[in-house]
Design a protein. Sequence first.
Length: 333
Amino acid sequence: MKFRIIRLVLIFIFMSPICIAQEGLPIYSDYLTDNYYLIHPSMAGAANCAKLRLTARQQWLGQDEAPALMTASVNGRIGESPSAVGAIFYADKNGYHSQNGAYATYAHHLMFSRNEIDLNMLSFGLSAGFVQYRLDESAFINSGFDPIISGIQQSSPNFNMDFGMSYHLINAYAHFTVKNLLKNDGINNDIEITSNLRRYLLSVGNVFKTRREGLTLEPSILYQYREGTRESTIDVNFKAYQDFEKAKMWLGLSYRQSLDGAEYLDGSGVSSQRSMYITPIMGVNYKQFMFAYNYTYQANSIVFNNGGFHQFTLGYNFNCRKVKYECDCPAVN
């Protein structure tokens, strides 16, 4: 029974897209809180305003050593030029594993329309940065000796790069990004998996007007593929925006489904399951400020903890340009 429990925990850890260590900045649903730059470098400076975003995420409240993530990002245009810069800082802790990272981004935006009133824009972005990985083995051995455990806090820095492109046409958009272009050193015997952290992201969506004044709807999807493990997931998202005189309120729902299953022993044989996450989102924009909250519930049957994952986002827009695009495009306007 003890072996079965350990096996189930290990299966959950390795099948869950939110628990893989040494992978760089984790990808949750925070990009839906007006924060696409976190996952797509080509979105740096794409908006009408420069953006500052702070996020704090806590998983499994009450659980010791539960995963936690904090990020800070800023991006904006360089004056009136088509070029933009951005930066991301983050601290991610997951039990005995932790990582701190910093990325710098350069992006360039090409307008195909005659002026900025009509949105027809192709963008390119390149991010480069360092991630400091840490593994605390000091509590692994209570007594005795194990030759494969050093019993110290190990640390390893890695340099990597992300490249992405985005296309906006009035209310429609598409993003494609390759994260972790370079290979790392690897951390175990299966070097191909742990050194190849390359991940491919594809986002598409559109914003639709409704008959109700000020109400717009935005369906979108995000597809992810990990090259090293050949795993893929898909997010199906839906958001609704309501404009008011001085504010905008929005609600959303995201469903993440793993396209690959994992096998486990259920007492009567071997079963399999796929990870599933349901995330309701709510937010408000008031003048130059933004606040958002999202809660993630893991819906598959075998889970480490029934507690959800809470995330808060604070934002501030500055250096806004005078001319706005004539489109319902919240990620840009």
